[in-house]
Design a protein around this ligand. Sequence first.
Ligand SMILES: *[C@@H]1O[C@H](CO)[C@@H](O)[C@H](O)[C@H]1NC(C)=O
Ligand SMILES: *[C@@H]1O[C@H](CO)[C@@H](O)[C@H](O)[C@H]1NC(C)=O
Length: 151
Amino acid sequence: MVTISKVVSVISMLLTILIVLQFEEGKSFNFDLVNVYVTNNITNYQLGVHCKDKNHDKGFKSLKFGETYTFAFYPEFPFPRSLYFCGFTWSNIRHRFDIYDQRRDVKDCGNYCRWIVNESGPCDVSDGVKCFPWGPDVVTSGRILDHTPNV
Ligand SMILES: *[C@@H]1O[C@H](CO)[C@@H](O)[C@H](O)[C@H]1NC(C)=O
Ligand SMILES: *[C@@H]1O[C@H](CO)[C@@H](O)[C@H](O)[C@H]1NC(C)=O
């Protein structure tokens, strides 16, 4: 039989776990929709962008200079491990980049993550400007979205 005191003790245990997790993360939990914006800053070429995580495909879009690819999702809870990555293609160049890594971005950009894509790499412009070089992972056609975790 489930007693009131048992229920109370389970609830208080869950609360304790939540509070401990919250302190570990050093921030409040984020239950809100995360919006990601990826803007093409490559003049001369249309930029193909295709973002997905392991379960959700946000589709392909070809961006003219200045155009933006947008998607939104609810971050994972209670363990912050949402990971969206995008394939970027222009001319005959292909790159892959982790556009939203919850462990990195929960602090870096919060709920509005804005990226500008240069030929030299993407820049997070959500809060100041943080540029990243493209990785060495220029992959061949067809494999662009095969996500291999960073090693
Ligand atoms: C776009 O790219 C140009 C040329 O590389 C650069 O000077 C400029 O800062 C970029 N614009 C933005 C908004 O990042
Ligand atoms: C790319 O964008 C960033 C900021 O948006 C800018 O500071 C930088 O100059 C741009 N150009 C290159 C070639 O990185």
